[in-house]
Design a protein around this ligand. Structure first.
Ligand code: CA2
Length: 149
């Protein structure tokens, strides 16, 4: 099994500002945790971060035949991008949406998630642990779900 993990705009700046909302760890620490978690479940992983909506759409399309499931934090595009929603629907791969912060308790403009409409699960407000739970979920549902000792 191979996973695609997508992170949207500004998440490459993690750890630099707003630590109260997004934590103190940087993007490199997030990629290390994702790789370590996938290795624990014996699954492959491709990581992608972009600040550009079209690049994210292109990468989702390219997942067809390359990866088996998607973990996505579309960041601000969560709340605006029908193009990302349509791309997720078009490829039809199982997807889980992750948000570091508890978007439900934030501003009204963060209350809608377009991408989430194409995801079978959404995990919010758990920081980096949300990615771990998303990987665990997909490994259990679509891989053999066995974590390696
Ligand atoms: O909570 C999340 O994971 C979000 O997807 C993060 C997005 C935000 O627009 C969503 O509503 C919720 C923002 C990511 C910005 O990341 C930053 C990184 C460093 C400094 C400031 C922001």
């Amino acid at each position: 099994m191979k996973l695609l993990v997508i992170n949207g705009p500004n998440l490459n700046l993690l750890g630099i500002r707003e630590p109260d909302i997004y934590g103190r760890q940087d993007y490199q620490a997030l990629t290390a945790l994702v790789k370590e978690t996938c290795a624990r479940f014996g699954i492959g992983v491709d990581l992608f971060q972009s600040n550009h909506e079209g690049a994210i759409v292109d990468r989702i399309q390219a997942a067809l035949g390359q990866e088996d499931a998607i973990v996505i934090n579309p960041a601000a595009y969560t709340h605006t991008s029908i193009a990302i929603l349509d791309a997720l629907k078009a490829v039809g791969l199982p997807a889980v949406e992750v948000h570091l912060s508890d978007v439900k308790s934030r501003e009204p403009f963060r209350q809608i998630s377009y991408a989430g409409m194409a995801c079978e699960k959404t995990i919010i407000g758990k920081g980096f642990q949300g990615y771990v739970e998303a990987i665990e979920y997909l490994a259990t549902q679509y891989g053999d779900g066995q974590s390696q000792p």
